[in-house]
Design a protein around this ligand. Structure first.
Ligand code: FES
Length: 106
């Protein structure tokens, strides 16, 4: 069953360059806002079970860096761009709709 587009947060909760951990339909998701775009990535590092939502956004590279050991993931694809993570993290389509951040879940 496809869940479709679901409201994940108010846009006002997610400032530019920030990351916000939310739970949407039972899934932990990290939302990030970079240069006016919003991104949604599973809120768990693929290196160890650690929340990416406490990490840091690099707006120029459009990546999210894990706070624990420093692996970084491309927010557009979920692919790791630096070690120690080697596996990608799932990403989900995200968009701004009015004052809300919407995420499309499979
Ligand atoms: S838990 Fe994220 S880099 Fe190790």
């Amino acid at each position: 069953m496809r869940l479709g587009w679901i409201r994940a947060a108010a846009l006002s909760e997610l400032s530019e360059g920030a990351v916000l951990g939310v739970e949407v339909a039972g899934r932990r998701i990290a939302l990030a806002r970079v240069q006016g775009e919003v991104y949604a990535i599973a809120d768990v590092c693929s290196h160890r079970d650690f929340p990416l939502s406490v990490g840091e956004v690099d707006a120029d590279a459009c990546t999210l860096t894990c706070e624990w050991h420093g692996a970084a993931f491309d927010l557009r694809t979920g692919e790791p761009v630096c070690p120690p993570a080697v596996r990608p993290v799932p990403v989900f389509p995200a968009r701004i709709e009015g004052g809300d951040v919407m995420v499309e879940l499979p």
